[in-house]
Write a protein that binds this ligand. Structure first.
Ligand code: 3PG
Length: 207
């Protein structure tokens, strides 16, 4: 995997995962694999995020693990050291862009407007996260953005569900979609990994 475009090809759905306990990450990742999903974005939204990345990278070789919600240059470096195969940021600043590029890892910087997308493209980056997708105008917005900027490809996330995912996946500018719906908080808390496997199976069948 060399670029953000490779990240977009990993899976039709990139699960965006929040864990409170790093110990949950391994059975959760195994449930995703059992359901046919081979990529996971573990967010740095909780203190358990980095340890979760380390554990999945070490214990579940069948899945490609990346770090999500990377919002500071320090987090970019920590996520790389923890064994992330890719990085995802919800938005981007010049400092953050420099830091994520500096890790040498493939990454998806987050954008939600035409000008943000153009600014990132000026750096030669053409694989992006579109966030927050539904709140920013959804598939209709993303389709319109592809008119003047057809060279850009996206992973829309934020409000994406198994119901609306096909509308995004039908766009030529969408490589994959992302979302938290595959790993509901209550299922993780209850250790209901069978439910996660089932949600993963449905998601894997979307394309
Ligand atoms: C993200 O960071 O990609 C989003 O928080 C995912 O949003 P969702 O919970 O609406 O899927």
């Amino acid at each position: 995997m060399k670029t953000g475009h490779d990240v977009l090809e990993l899976s039709p759905v990139l699960p965006v995962v929040v864990v409170d306990d790093a110990a949950d990450a391994v059975p959760l990742a195994k449930a995703l694999v059992a359901g046919g999903i081979r990529a996971i974005e573990l967010t740095l939204r909780t203190p358990a995020g980095l340890a979760a990345i380390e554990r999945v990278a070490a214990e579940v070789p069948e899945i490609v693990v990346g770090a999500g919600t990377v919002v500071t240059p320090e987090q970019a470096r920590q996520a790389a050291d923890a064994g992330s195969a890719f990085l995802v940021t919800p938005g981007c600043t010049d400092r953050l862009l420099e830091a994520v590029s500096g890790t040498g890892l493939p990454f998806l910087p987050g954008v939600s407007t035409v000008s943000e997308a153009m600014r990132v493209a000026e750096h030669g980056i053409t694989a992006l996260k579109f966030f927050p997708a539904e709140a920013s105008g959804g598939a209709a917005y993303l389709k319109a953005l592809g008119g003047p900027l057809p060279q850009l490809r996206f992973c829309p996330t934020g409000g994406v569900t198994v119901q609306n995912a096909p509308t995004y996946l039908a766009l030529s500018t969408v490589g994959c979609v992302g979302g938290t719906w595959l790993t509901p908080k209550d299922a993780v808390a209850a250790g209901d990994f069978g439910r996660i496997e089932q949600l993963a199976r449905e998601a894997a069948a979307l394309r």
